[in-house]
Design a protein around this ligand. Structure first.
Ligand code: SDX
Length: 445
């Protein structure tokens, strides 16, 4: 949830409003007036609330940082109650309908929609940086034949930091710019190489005559033909999917990029941390988990039993629920409509779709889900599109990573230029032992 509070000019009692909150410590009777800035109070301001001069003072304990703003950002605005998602102020619905992924990536990174000249230059820069060093290919060929593509992507993105050792010069704007282009350009190449590896097929090099998504399809599916001809309808479907996954405020993987990036490491290492976080089934791995769940349900007749297991806490309805959205994820609605276009092209209407639609229908009426405001999220339908494209479930989070690279890079750039930002170093509540003397091994047990 992004805070953008607009409080009234006078308090309810008619007094001149003061942007402060008063805290009374009932342990001491002391009261403290804390300033409110942008709808937040600073955690560090609570340290003055103490019972004695020796007391450390209050901290904020919030597992998962559920109500903690970690940064100021102008990239993405979310309103979870209203199901609003905007990138640099532009609604996701309009970007998905009118824009392209590279244009949205430019918008996220530079803050404005590009002019035609800027877009052409941006597209040219990305296109000429799609190749990776041959040793990266050899590195990837070292993985097991059945290595999970997300594990391969995680390893190869991190490995890129060794091929561009100057990337740690993060204070240099020109250096930041070229690393930004390389990350946007090479992620599809690494993703496609991982896919081809998993199929035991030769890796396909980029084709610079093709646009971003068409080139990705070529690197994924080109066989013996001299030149791969991507279906424009599939290209468009991929563009929409990449746009919908481009950024999403301070989600788990973007927070990981910012957290690792706060140590001033190079952007490849920071983005590799984002890939690692996205790999998890509660985050980007959810689209893979949704298909596995639907396969496990197998038939609409099994849905009531499955949902009973969910309500008993034995299962999770993957693809449902969200930390921020307590309404329908606007991206899920768009993906659901894009699915029909893909099924028309591929002629492969996912057999799981019927189960998913029935699951959604029942869940949206079921008290357990209604009470917890659990709605379909971006991952609930995306997997069925990927499946219709012939992708194995292991590739689903990889597709998410391609789109999210723009958001990761935009947040990394924003952070390294934010004078307020410091190295990420949270505190803890210590629950362990204290002041114990060492016990010689013969006296243990
Ligand atoms: C993404 O942050 C982002 O923006 C993420 C993302 C992005 O673009 O970056 O939108 C992409 O990660 C989407 C989410 C994909 N994950 C899933 O679909 C996995 C299934 N969903 C969840 O596990 C869960 O909903 C989370 C992780 C998404 C959110 O978890 P929270 O906010 O920590 O919520 P919670 O786990 O505290 O749940 C609150 C209640 C609990 O019930 P009670 O303990 O109060 O009784 O809701 C229940 C949970 O048990 N609940 C679910 C559920 N999700 C939450 N119960 C069943 N099935 C679910 N899916």
């Amino acid at each position: 949830m992004s805070t953008q509070m607009q409080a009234p000019d006078t308090a309810q009692n008619g007094a001149q409003r003061r942007d402060t909150v008063t805290v009374i410590d009932n342990r001491t009777g002391e009261s403290y007036e804390l300033p409110i800035t942008d709808g937040t109070v600073r955690g560090i301001d609570l340290r003055q609330v103490r019972t004695s001069p020796e007391d450390f003072g209050l901290m904020v304990y919030e597992p998962g940082y559920a109500n903690i703003a970690s940064c100021r950002s102008a990239i993405t605005y979310l309103d979870g109650e209203r199901g609003i998602l905007q990138h640099r102020g532009y609604p996701i619905e309009q970007l998905a309908e009118h824009s392209t992924y590279l244009e949205v990536a430019y918008l996220l990174i530079h803050g404005e929609l590009p002019t035609s000249a800027q877009l052409e230059e941006w597209r040219h820069e990305v296109t000429i940086h799609t190749f990776v060093h041959e040793n990266v290919k050899r590195f990837m060929q070292g993985f097991r034949h059945d290595a999970h593509p997300m594990g391969m992507l995680l390893g190869s993105v991190g490995a890129l930091s060794t091929f561009y050792p100057d990337a740690n010069e993060i204070e240099d704007p020109e250096n930041r710019a070229i690393q930004t282009v390389r990350l946007i350009a090479k992620m599809p190449t690494l993703a496609a190489f991982a896919f081809r590896h998993s199929r035991g097929q030769p890796y396909v090099y980029p084709d610079n005559d093709l646009r971003y998504s068409g080139n990705f399809l070529s690197m994924m599916y080109k066989m013996t033909e001299l030149k791969y001809q991507p279906d424009p309808r599939l290209e468009r479907a991929l563009e929409v999917l990449f746009i919908l996954h481009a950024d999403h405020e301070q989600n788990c993987s973007t927070s990981a990029v910012r957290g690792v990036g706060s140590s001033h490491v190079d952007p490849y290492s920071a983005v590799a941390a984002g890939v690692a976080a996205l790999y998890g089934p509660l985050h980007g791995g959810a689209n893979e988990a949704v298909l596995r769940m639907l396969n496990r349900i197998g038939d609409k007749r099994n849905i009531p039993d499955f949902l009973r297991g969910v309500e008993e806490g034995k299962e999770r309805l993957m693809g449902f629920g969200h930390r921020v959205y307590k309404n329908y994820d606007p991206r899920a609605r768009i993906i659901k409509s894009a699915a029909d276009d893909v099924f028309e092209v591929t002629g492969r209407r996912s057999p799981m779709l019927e189960i998913a639609l029935e699951l959604e229908r029942i869940a949206l009426e079921d008290e357990y889900f209604v009470a917890r405001k659990l709605y379909p999220n971006v991952d609930f339908y995306s997997g069925m599109i990927y499946e219709a494209l012939g992708l194995p479930v292991e590739m689903f989070p990889v597709m998410f990573a391609i789109g999210r690279t723009a958001g990761w890079v935009a947040n990394w750039l924003e952070q390294v230029q934010d004078p307020e930002q410091r190295i990420a170093r949270p505190r803890q509540i210590y629950t362990g032992s204290r002041d114990r003397d060492y016990v010689p091994i013969e006296q243990r047990g």
